[in-house]
Structures are given as C-alpha cells and as structure tokens.
Design a protein around this ligand. Structure first.
Ligand code: ZN
Length: 291
C-alpha cells in the first residue's frame, strides 16, 4: 500500500472542517503497509491551549519517539487534522496483529486524559472512524481503543467502546437518520452579505445568545439591541461578527452562514449533510471481537 493520500478527502466526508497539515502527503515512517484496523487515542496533552495544542508533538514526536505519531489529530471542536499519509508510531507493542503500526491508522484526539469530551468532538470521532471503515472496507469491530490493543495504555478515557462501535456501525450502514434539528439545519439557506430575510434575524439572535454581539455592534442603531436583532439585512457588521464566531469555533472564517456555521450557531450535530450524501456500500458484517 502506498502513502494514503486520500485521507484528507475521507476526513472531509464527515462534514467536519479539515486542516491539512503542511507536508502530510509525504510524512510517515515509510509508506503505510496496510490498513486492517483503526486505533483511537487521546493525546494526554494540556487541559487548555486551544483546539489542538498537541499538533507539534503528534507531527514531530517527543524525546524517545520520533514523529509522526498518528495519521490524524482530532481537535476539541471536531476539526480534523490530517498529519501523515505514511506509517506512524502510535501503537507498539500491539496485542492485535490488525492494530499494530504497520496494519492500522491512528487518531489522536485532544484531551488531557480526564476532562469531559465535547459533544462535537465525539461526534466527529465516530464519523471519522465510520468514513475510514468505508474507505478501507472494514467493519466497525475493527475500531479499537488503544487500551483494548495495548495492555500498558489507558486511552481514550471514559469512552464506552461498545457503544462507540455500535454508533460507527450505524453510520457505516447509513441507518442513522438525521434528527429533526439536523433536518432543520439542512433546510436553512446560505446567508451571505446583502441577503434580506427572516433567517438573517435568526443568525443575529443566535450570535447574541452565544455572546458574540458586543454592545458596540448596536450602539448607533435605532432602538439599540432590539432594533439590531430585528434587522433582516445581512450587512458588513453582521458578516464581521459571523467571522469572529467562526474563528472561535475553529471553522473557516469565510463570513458565510452555511451548514457548519448554522450547526454551530444552533449547537446541533454538524455531520448530517455528510450522512445524506454517503453512498458507499456497507462492508460485510463481522462478529464483534471478544473482549
Ligand atoms: Zn494512545
């Protein structure tokens, strides 16, 4: 198997934003020999420090272990970082021949090892595993926690892997229909500069509810905040506030309110659009591994 240069496209199918880390297509400890499994990790990085403070360590390694340490990073916001296309040092010694470094893909999710997992990050984690299973023809049972395939490791902490795999299997099979909130998000229009409609008011209300409307934004507006909230026009000031919100959420700050930005504004799962467009055939079902 060559370098896995399709990984960024696979990640984008989740519907979550993707950062291609410079040089990823040729990064690795040689090419990836095969993909028989997926190993889920947590970084054990700092409790704070932004979306993916462990990027440099996962890319470049640490004393005693050279990078790259895994093909993927997963930020707290659900943003996916594509770090390497070749083999990575994420699991040795492995108790499973399908989950050693030469046979599996690693995902290092940002978490200090004790803090709660943000809902968006967990949702992206499941969707990334499901898309990787689709891409490489694997059943959900091949998705393992590091602690399940390495006796010395505790990660990823507190995730019930049987429930996680069941959710991945449902995503692979395409049996998880969108929730009603996800349907609403899909039907919301793209909002851009110059638009004039009631959905613009919804954007204003959500930005205010999320704490992204400073008093200066409505200081000169007739009726102040009430007048500002009631304006149906998408003007330059609103676009700037949308950009600020997008940056805070780890989204591309294009100032356009599309499905991902709507999902963040309304705090619902962002992956619905990806599920709708997923057309891959489900891989064969395999009995769950005994453990
Ligand atoms: Zn690990």
């Amino acid at each position: 198997m060559p370098y896995l240069t399709q990984l960024a496209d696979v990640a984008r199918r989740t519907g979550y934003p993707v950062t291609e880390v410079a040089g990823w297509r040729s990064r690795g400890h040689g090419p990836q020999p095969e993909v028989q499994g997926i190993v889920c990790h947590h970084t054990a990085g700092p409790a704070g420090g932004g979306d993916y403070p462990s990027l440099a360590v996962v890319r470049d390694g640490r004393p005693g272990l050279s990078g790259p340490l895994s093909q993927f990073g997963l930020g707290r916001s659900g943003r996916i970082y594509v770090i390497a296309a070749g083999r990575c040092w994420h699991n040795a010694p492995s108790t499973s021949p399908r989950h050693d470094n030469s046979s599996s893909i690693g995902i290092e999710a940002e978490n200090n090892g004790t803090q709660p997992w943000p809902a968006a990050q967990l949702d992206a984690y499941r969707r990334l595993c499901a898309e990787l299973c689709r891409e490489f023809g694997l059943p959900a049972s091949r998705v393992k926690a590091h602690r399940e395939v390495n006796t010395a490791k505790p990660d990823p902490h507190s995730i019930d892997m049987n429930a996680f795999r069941a959710a991945v299997a449902a995503l692979i099979a395409g049996t998880t229909g969108p929730t009603w909130t996800e349907k609403i998000v899909r039907e919301l229009p793209l909002i851009r500069l110059g638009d004039d409609n009631n959905d613009v008011k919804t954007v204003r209300g959500c930005l205010f509810a999320r704490g992204h409307v400073p008093a200066a934004a409505y200081a000169g507006v007739p009726d102040g905040l009430a007048g500002w909230l009631n304006s149906s026009r998408c003007d330059d000031g609103l676009v700037e506030l949308v950009r600020g919100f997008q940056r805070a959420q780890g989204l591309d700050d294009d100032g356009l309110v599309g499905p991902l930005t709507w999902a963040s504004l309304l705090r619902v799962s962002a992956g619905a659009a990806a599920v709708a467009s997923g057309t891959s055939a489900a891989p064969p079902v395999e009995a769950p591994a005994s453990r």
